[in-house]
Design a protein around this ligand. Structure first.
Ligand SMILES: Cc1cc2nc3c(=O)[nH]c(=O)nc-3n(C[C@H](O)[C@H](O)[C@H](O)COP(=O)(O)OP(=O)(O)OC[C@H]3O[C@@H](n4cnc5c(N)ncnc54)[C@H](O)[C@@H]3O)c2cc1C
Length: 451
């Protein structure tokens, strides 16, 4: 029998199921922060999220670490705004552990994060729509007029004056036909989970190296951390799923299945080769595999590793950061870090071999290292559609800069800037490519940001 390769979907009238000043697509921290900023500036906001909860990777992916908010000398607070507001609320609920370790400065409970984001979006009247997938776009002239959504009531349109694409993969940008590119080495995903059981003294990379193959695990390594307020439980991200493109439907399914196999293999391995005086169990598995990277969309400014890590400053800087360039290799079990002070370190899980160097010396860079880096407004400005901003891990960056910018304390700020820019565009009736980035910076500062 001949198979048909295409089939015609009959044209039909779509109900308008929502209308607002701003529609934010994707309710990860980036999207939530964009929505709150726009709402606080007086915009009506609809937030569409395809899962049942806000927080994205921080909640559905169980990624529960936010990095330091201070410069590398721990003198100046360079990240503030909604990030500090959320942390204060988590702390108030006993759901936050603080550490002097810059890379693990704040450890939170993801369920409590979801509570806080529910609370904060409700407080400013954001119309949150869960189980609502944004799956199409309707344009008019050079503007996005509405997005098509699918929820339990069916298919409908959400109209808005401005749209923020905070879907991680840039679903809106893709449906608008915007060109995209991939990094030369796409960082692989990891399926995170919560493990009950005493892990003190357990050499995880060593056990994986010696026995992982017996449980279907590659000779890999990753990281783990505690879970704020939950002694006896660790968050595990010890493995990667290699060779998948998580923006492709079939690969995403494969990644989820492989990730779960890895969780089970890891548990079984510990039961046999871990401590004998403890009971190991998985108490919670990420409901969505942790996607580090898929595609990137060109915008007016592309972040590049050297200008970033040498601390170039911009009059319209909208984001500060210190997190190192942290690149999980796509083709072997290594992770390479480039720190602001010049240290370059690659760690391989196989034999826990470490290679170090100094990238500043290698590049002939002189003078004092930067104590923090900055990104200008142009990173949010695509130049085709007047009323759309892409914000989140689809950002415009080379692999090295992406390795640094992809973390949440950084993307949170891009979200806040996107919300402020949306409000500024609506207020001035200007296109995103015609507004002044320094005015967005001023709005950010007025709302508590440290840029
Ligand atoms: C394993 C792992 C470990 C990491 N470790 C850290 C760490 O320790 N600290 C750190 O800060 N960062 C870490 N990161 C990076 C960080 O978590 C992510 O880069 C960041 O959360 C991405 O934010 P985002 O808002 O772009 O995407 P997401 O957080 O993925 O949010 C996107 C949201 O959009 C929704 N969505 C997607 N498509 C649609 C659609 N079509 N319609 C409606 N909704 C949609 C999704 O459901 C999701 O809620 C890690 C990442 C991974 C994978």
């Amino acid at each position: 029998m001949d198979r048909q390769h295409t089939i015609c979907e009959p044209e039909k009238q779509l109900p308008v199921v929502g209308e607002a000043d701003v529609c934010v697509c994707g309710g990860g921290c980036t999207g939530v922060f964009a929505a709150i900023r726009a709402a606080r500036l007086g915009c009506s906001v609809i937030l569409c999220e395809e899962t049942n909860v806000l927080g994205g990777a921080a909640v559905n992916g169980l990624v529960n670490i936010w990095h330091s908010l201070y410069d590398t000398e721990d003198k100046q607070q360079i990240i503030a705004g909604l990030t500090t507001e959320v942390l204060a609320r988590l702390e108030g609920r006993g759901a936050l552990t603080k550490s002097s370790n810059r890379s693990a400065a704040y450890n939170f409970n993801p369920v409590e994060m979801a509570f806080v984001l529910d609370e904060m979006t409700a407080e400013c009247g954001i119309d949150v729509r869960f189980h609502t997938k944004v799956c199409g776009t309707l344009t008019e002239g050079g503007c996005l007029k509405a997005v098509i959504v699918e929820d339990h009531d069916g298919r409908g349109a959400v109209k808005a004056g401005f749209f923020v694409d905070a879907t991680g993969d840039g679903d809106i940008m893709r449906r608008l036909g915007m060109p995209y590119y991939t990094g030369d080495r796409i960082q692989p995903p990891s399926a995170c989970f919560h493990l009950l059981g005493n892990m003190a003294g357990v050499d995880v990379p060593g056990i994986i190296h010696a026995h992982g193959a017996e449980f279907g695990l590659e000779d890999d390594w990753g990281w783990s951390t505690g879970l704020a307020g939950c002694p006896g439980i660790t968050m595990r991200a010890d493995n990667h799923v290699f060779g998948v493109r998580c923006d492709k439907a079939a690969d995403l399914t494969k990644a989820e299945q492989t990730g779960r196999k890895q969780m089970r293999g890891f548990l079984d391995m510990l039961k046999k080769y871990g401590r004998t005086d403890t009971h190991y169990a998985i108490t919670n598995a990420a409901s969505y595999i942790g996607i580090r990277e898929t595609v990137h969309y060109p915008t007016r400014f592309k972040a590049e590793r050297l200008p970033l890590l040498t601390g170039t400053r911009y009059p319209d800087g909208i984001m500060n950061g210190t997190y190192p360039s942290d690149v999980h290799h796509s083709d072997n079990m290594g992770i390479t870090f480039w720190y602001l002070d010049g240290t370059r370190r690659t760690i391989y899980g196989k034999d826990t071999r470490t290679e170090t160097g100094n990238w500043r010396e290698e590049q002939g860079i002189e003078g004092e290292p930067a104590t923090y880096y900055q990104v200008p407004f142009g990173i949010l400005v695509q130049e085709t559609w007047a009323n759309v901003i892409p914000a989140g891990r689809m950002l415009n960056a080379d692999s090295g800069a992406f390795g640094a910018l992809r973390v949440m304390v950084n993307l949170n700020q891009l979200g806040e800037a996107a919300g402020c820019a949306a409000a500024a565009c609506l207020d001035s009736q200007k296109a995103i490519f015609d507004i002044d980035g320094t005015a967005v910076r001023a709005l950010l500062r007025k709302g508590g940001s440290a840029v």
